[in-house]
Design a protein around this ligand. Structure first.
Ligand code: ATP
Ligand code: MG
Length: 175
């Protein structure tokens, strides 16, 4: 498969100051998503990947609150409105690739779902020719906050790979 070799589009960088803004970004991003879309979320522990996914779930109008799965690798949130289901995967504990996730049948669900994978870099690209990569980083030079739930600034960089994303104006998410 040559999916990982897809040329990236122009990255869009957004400054997100609070957890609520991150959720709002998820809600806005949801409006751009279609069945068959693969979204890879990366960034250090506590960066805000699940917080963004929570907003995605709200925007897609799916059943069940998005949480950090502790014991499960993936959770399917069916749509409440006839739209795509949200399949939320946390690949943190997986060292291998898709073969380790075979039981999840992600390839089977993808055509009718939006699949969002935390820690999926280098593991799930083969699922689709196209993907949206979202990288969340704490601002450079920021000391770790005393209270890890306290709001602080994140930079979110969105990059589309492949034809699916070529004509999508990701920068519009920032206005
Ligand atoms: N600007 C911000 N954007 C997102 N989250 C923020 C922000 N500022 C503070 N936070 C806090 O950071 C934490 C992010 O946690 P979250 O579970 O979303 O991270 P994660 O990237 O999914 O972590 P993990 O790698 O452990 O799955 C939350 O407690 C949230 O309230
Ligand atoms: Mg998480």
């Amino acid at each position: 498969m040559n999916a990982p070799l897809q040329t990236p589009g122009t990255p869009t960088a957004l400054t997100i100051k609070t957890a609520e803004e991150m959720r709002e970004l998820g809600r806005r991003l949801a409006a751009l998503l279609r069945p068959g879309d693969l979204v890879l979320l990366s960034g250090e522990l506590g960066a805000g990947k699940t917080t963004l996914t929570r907003g995605l779930g709200e925007g897609l109008g799916v059943r069940g609150a998005v949480t950090s799965p502790t014991f499960v690798i993936a959770r399917v949130h069916p749509s409440l409105s006839g739209g795509p289901a949200l399949v939320h995967v946390d690949a943190y504990r997986l060292s291998g690739g898709l073969d380790e996730m075979e039981d999840l049948d992600l390839d089977v669900s993808l055509p009718e779902s939006v699949i969002v994978v935390e820690w999926g870099d280098g593991k799930v690209e083969e699922l689709s020719e196209d993907r949206l990569r979202v990288f969340i980083s704490r601002s450079v030079g920021d000391a770790a906050p005393q209270d890890e739930d306290a709001d602080d600034v994140r930079t979110v960089t969105l990059t589309g790979y492949g034809a699916r994303w070529a004509d999508t104006d990701l920068a519009a998410l920032g206005h």
